[in-house]
Design a protein around this ligand. Structure first.
Ligand SMILES: [Fe+2]
Length: 475
């Protein structure tokens, strides 16, 4: 969904994270374009929850980690490079080569490690059974020429990801899940637009710093991240950075999004499980290249996502309680208002419904209790009396928000998929924040919806596949 931009504001605020160089320059308001430290260090969880430390550094060689008092060498994941300009989602004149001037280093952290650090900076380590999980999504600052949408990236009120990330870090999560769409600064800020003036653009490291690594710095220090891939990280958009920086699996030639001819490889990857202990696990599902327009049987996407479904089904058999993570909500709903005032309902992702639905008319494996997604720029919960898993949408962490009001009760024409019956529906539009998930029993989770400052806006309970929230329409 492409939301309308909020109205411009003259309010300006200091970014929460300001680099020393910006302070030295004496400017009160600057875009977050510099890394917060000499190195950028973080931990992502991969297949079977293996913890991978990543370090991005301007040094010529990778630093060593210190793990439980012992040195642990890092290996080079990606060398510095200027990647030649490739076909992108934008016109060639609005695209450019992607520059990654730093080294990407990585090391697998041994299971059970108690302490890890790099150059004196502590790394967050995973817990075997995380109790508190922070969920966020759709967090970058939109700069898109095609739709003439330029968010006010320099205004912390209008691009509040740094505030949201700080609040999520203060909540002290054991684990962070980002449901995708990290990168939004695709095209140059127009001349004379003070809201985004000075922002980097394109798909190189500088934009990744501005959209993710600078504003999210406290949250990257707070806990390991499970990273879900969004459509903004498809090969024709920020896929190069996705593979160099975020995906936990190996960076392979031909899967790196560098050549358009390889996109049918780089745009897809297999689902994997991250155990949560207590007979629960996350299922991380790459849906970067699906489309709400749907697929014809036999096309690449249709067959790739059928393959995804089969692997998902097999993974889901390994435990009782599965929480599926797809950037695109297969069972969510959004709305636009047509010029005549009628609602134009955006239902669950048709590409996934068609491909998954061709193998299972119920759309998802029986062992999946809940789906967590983003893509629609709001917060939302749906529970079904038709046996489908609950769906939560948490695409509300920094990118310009949807503003079309959603009703307390969905009308029949707004059901997100054929054959589903919505039992409970709850939403919050035009608000920024994050969602907390706390374990309360086998198959049971307490959900808290927080605003950007960490104030509670709603509470829900998940029990098995059902969920219900205190407030239907959060104001
Ligand atoms: Fe998206």
């Amino acid at each position: 969904m492409e939301p309308p931009l909020p109205t411009p504001s003259k309010l300006r605020a200091l970014p929460a994270v300001v680099s020393p160089l910006v302070l030295l320059a004496g400017c009160a308001v600057q875009p977050l374009t510099m890394p917060p430290a000499d190195i950028t260090a973080y931990v992502v969880l991969g297949e079977q929850g293996v913890a991978i430390a990543r370090v991005i550094t301007a040094a010529a060689t990778c630093p060593a980690l210190t793990v439980d008092g012992q040195p642990l060498a890092m290996t080079v994941r990606a060398l510095p490079a200027t990647l030649p300009q490739r076909p992108t989602a934008s016109k060639p004149e609005d695209s450019k080569p992607s520059v990654f001037p730093q080294l990407t280093c990585e090391a697998t952290l041994p299971a059970g490690a108690v302490a890890a650090s790099v150059q004196g900076q502590a790394l967050p380590l995973p817990r075997a059974a995380p109790q508190r999980i922070a969920i966020l999504g759709d967090s970058g600052c939109r700069m898109k020429k095609k739709d003439n949408e330029f968010q006010e990236c320099n205004d912390l009120q209008r691009f509040p990801f740094a505030t949201v990330a700080a609040a999520a870090a203060a909540w002290k999560p054991d684990l962070v899940v980002h449901v995708g769409d990290y990168h939004y600064r695709e095209n140059a800020c127009p001349e004379g637009n003070a809201g985004c003036a000075g922002s980097p653009w394109g798909y190189g490291w500088d934009t990744w710093v501005a959209d993710l690594f600078a504003p999210a710095a406290p949250l990257l220090k707070a806990a390991p991240w499970v990273v879900v891939r969004g459509n903004h990280e498809s090969c024709e958009r920020a896929g190069q950075g996705w593979w160099r920086l975020l995906d936990p699996r190996p960076l392979l030639p031909g899967r790196d999004c560098n050549a358009k001819a390889d996109d049918s490889n780089g745009d897809y990857s297999d689902p994997y499980a991250v155990p949560l202990g207590g007979d629960a696990q996350l299922l991380v599902i790459d849906t970067a290249a699906t489309t709400w327009k749907g697929f014809k049987p036999g096309t690449t996407g249709y067959e790739k996502y059928r393959d995804t479904y089969r692997k998902l089904d097999a993974l889901s058999q390994h435990t009782t309680w599965n929480i599926g993570l797809t950037h695109h909500p297969i069972l969510g709903v959004g709305a636009e208002i047509k010029p005549n005032g009628d609602y134009d309902w955006h239902k669950g992702d048709l590409g996934l419904q068609q491909s998954f639905g061709s193998l299972n008319p119920r759309l998802l494996p029986d062992q999946v209790q809940t789906m967590l997604s983003g893509h629609v720029h709001l917060w939302q919960q749906l529970s079904f009396s038709s046996g489908h898993p609950s769906q939560f949408v948490a695409g509300f962490s920094g990118s310009a928000e949807d503003t079309v009001p959603l009703p307390a009760v969905l009308p029949p024409q707004a059901m997100p998929a054929p054959g589903v019956t919505v039992e409970h529906f709850s939403s919050w539009i035009d608000g920024f924040g994050f969602m907390g998930l706390e374990r309360s029993g086998p198959g049971d989770w307490n959900v808290t919806v927080f605003d950007r400052h960490g104030q509670i806006k709603n509470r829900c309970k998940i029990s098995g596949r059902r969920s219900v929230c205190d407030v239907a329409q959060v104001k």
